[in-house]
Design a protein around this ligand. Structure first.
Ligand SMILES: Nc1ncnc2c1ncn2[C@@H]1O[C@H](COP(=O)(O)OP(=O)(O)OP(=O)(O)O)[C@@H](O)[C@H]1O
Length: 290
C-alpha cells in the first residue's frame, strides 16, 4: 500500500452486480488502518456526478476507491478528470469490463493492494456527445441486444448474442454505415461498428488486440458479418483479425451516420437509437492505479 495516501474516498454503488457491498467496505476500512482518514459516497443513481464532485471538493481525497462496475468507474472518472485525483478500482459490477481490460485482480483484497499502490496509468477516454466512454462502445446488433436486456436481470455485453435468438431474429441488420475517418469517407454494410479504447469486451474476449488504452488513439472495428461460428470464435477470443469478418481503422476522431436510427451503447449501457455519432479521443483523461 501507498503510505502517502492520507485521505481516501470510497465511492460505493450499492446495487452494482446485485451484491451486498458491506463485506467489501469492512475489508477496505480494516485494511486502511488508523492513519488513513476515509469518507464514503454511496451512489444514488441520480445526479451522482454533481454530488460526488461536491464531496470531492469538500473532502479533498488523495485517492478515490471505486467499489462498483464500469458505470461507477465512469462516474468517478468524470469527477477525477477535473479534480485531478487518481482512481483505484475494486471490481464489484456484473461484468467489470474495464477491470478485466486493465488486467486488475478480481479478488477484492488483491485489487485493494493495486488500487492503493503507486503504479499509475493515465488512460484515454472517448468523448461521445455529452458523455464519455472508457472501454468499448458500439452501434448495431450488440447495442440492440443490450437495449433488449437492459430491463432484465441479465446485464449486457457481447456474450449475450448467443442467448439472444429473439434479437437476432428481429434485427434489421446489416445496416448501411457511412464512416468518415482520417480524411476518408466510406460506406459499408455491417452488423455492428465498435469504437474501442481498449482490447477486450467484458466477456474477456480479445476483439481489438492492437488496442492500447493510453496511446491517444482508438480503433473503429467494423463487423461486417455475424454468423454463429464467428460469434463463438469472438467469445473465445479467437477472432481472426485478418478475416473478412472485421475491418479495423485506427483514428482520433470518427463520424458515423446511418440512414435510420441504430442502437448505440457505451461501456455496456444502452445509450439511444441514433443516426449520427462523432467519437473523439480524449488523451490522458484520468489516472488509474494499475
Ligand atoms: N443507489 C442506486 N440505485 C439504483 N441505481 C443506481 C444506484 N447507484 C447507481 N445506480 C446505477 O448503477 C449503474 C452503474 O452500475 P455499474 O455499471 O457500476 O454496475 P453493473 O452494471 O452491475 O456492472 P458492469 O457495468 O461492470 O456490468 C448506473 O446506471 C447508475 O445509475
Amino acid at each position: 500500500m501507498n503510505a502517502k495516501l492520507n485521505k481516501v474516498l470510497l465511492v460505493i454503488n450499492p446495487v452494482s452486480g446485485d451484491t451486498d457491498k458491506t463485506p467489501i467496505i469492512d475489508m477496505i476500512t480494516d485494511s486502511l488502518g488508523k492513519e488513513t482518514e476515509y469518507s464514503m459516497y454511496t451512489t444514488t443513481g441520480k445526479e451522482d456526478i454533481d454530488k460526488l464532485r461536491k464531496k470531492v471538493k469538500a473532502f479533498r481525497p488523495d485517492r478515490i476507491l471505486v467499489v462498483g462496475g464500469d458505470g461507477t468507474i465512469k462516474l468517478a472518472a468524470q469527477v477525477c478528470h477535473d479534480q485531478n485525483v487518481t482512481i483505484g478500482i475494486i471490481p464489484a459490477g456484473s461484468a467489470n469490463g474495464l477491470a478485466t481490460d486493465l488486467e486488475l485482480p478480481q479478488n477484492h483484497e488483491k485489487a485493494l493492494t493495486v488500487a492503493m499502490g503507486d503504479q499509475i496509468k493515465s488512460i484515454d477516454a472517448l468523448r461521445i456527445r455529452e458523455s464519455i466512454g472508457l472501454h468499448i462502445c458500439d452501434m448495431g446488433i450488440n447495442a440492440e441486444l443490450i437495449k433488449n436486456y437492459s430491463d432484465s436481470a441479465v446485464r449486457g455485453h457481447f456474450g449475450y448474442l448467443v442467448n439472444s435468438i429473439p434479437t437476432l431474429w428481429k434485427t434489421e441488420s446489416p445496416y448501411r454505415f457511412s464512416i468518415a475517418a482520417n480524411g476518408v469517407k466510406r460506406e459499408v454494410d455491417a452488423v455492428m461498428v465498435a469504437f474501442a479504447n481498449s482490447k477486450k469486451f467484458g466477456t474477456g474476449a480479445l476483439v481489438n488486440p492492437n488496442g492500447k488504452i493510453d496511446d491517444g488513439k482508438f480503433e473503429v472495428l467494423i463487423f461486417k458479418e455475424l454468423n454463429f461460428f464467428e460469434v463463438l470464435k469472438t467469445l473465445n477470443g479467437n477472432i481472426d483479425m485478418t478475416s473478412d469478418f472485421v475491418e479495423v481503422i485506427q483514428s482520433t476522431e470518427v463520424r458515423v451516420t446511418t440512414e435510420k436510427p441504430v442502437s448505440f451503447q457505451i461501456d455496456g449501457e444502452f445509450y439511444d437509437d441514433i443516426e449520427e455519432i462523432t467519437v473523439t479521443i480524449l488523451p490522458d483523461y484520468v489516472a488509474i492505479a494499475t
